[in-house]
Design a protein around this ligand. Structure first.
Ligand SMILES: [Zn+2]
Ligand SMILES: [Zn+2]
Length: 203
């Protein structure tokens, strides 16, 4: 999973992005040509907004007197990109600012930051937290660990008692927890077995 694309863009608190353009007010035949105007506007598509490689010039711009009255309405944010490969462009999906390029429009990335492994999104739909690749699964949910045993226990219960709505909900909650633990471990964090027991609260 790659959380964003290249560079930085400026986002307005409305969720739209800052764009600039140079336009002509037009002129009539025989009349003097008016100077070109510089204008700012907001667009919904972040890929239409100009991006720069370093955030600093945008921060400097927002700190100038010209911008100070409205600067608190804007944030300099990392440029959007495909959640799988980071490429700019493509379609937006979901509500959290996730994107997919054409190549990955039906793929889900491994939930671990920086991992480019994918699998087909399938019926479950697009998401960035529903899949752990083989390597990261073995690494962060190792065989015989408490987490791995709980995972298998969920499946045994599902098989024995049927995949009811309740069971599905429990499994999704458990899976969210698995992903949180894997991401935390990937970032060098430590979650001990006692904490897992406390959070999961059943056995
Ligand atoms: Zn992609
Ligand atoms: Zn992975």
């Amino acid at each position: 999973m790659i959380s964003h694309g290249e560079g930085f863009v400026i986002r307005h608190r409305s969720g739209r992005y800052l764009c600039s353009d140079i336009r002509s007010r037009g002129f009539e035949g025989g009349q003097p040509i008016l100077p070109l105007e510089f204008c700012w506007f907001l667009v919904g598509n972040p890929f239409a907004a100009p991006f720069i490689y370093k955030a600093e010039p945008y921060h400097r711009m927002l700190a100038t007197p010209e911008w100070q009255d409205v600067a608190d309405q804007f944030d300099v944010v990392p440029g959007p990109g495909c959640a799988v490969c980071g490429e700019r462009g493509g379609i937006m999906w979901g509500e959290e600012g996730g994107y997919r390029c054409d190549k990955h429009k039906d793929r889900n990335p491994c939930a671990i930051e920086g991992c480019k492994r994918t699998r087909a999104a399938g019926n479950a739909g697009l998401a960035s937290d529903q899949y752990l690749c083989g390597e990261h699964w073995r690494k962060y949910v190792p065989p015989r660990s408490r987490l791995r045993r709980l995972y298998h226990a969920h499946f045994r219960r599902g098989k024995r008692e049927g995949w009811t709505m309740k069971r599905n909900r429990q499994f999704h909650r458990f899976w969210d927890f698995v992903v949180r633990v894997a991401r935390k471990r990937h970032n060098g964090g430590f979650i001990d077995e006692a904490e897992i027991n406390r959070i999961m609260g059943w056995g």
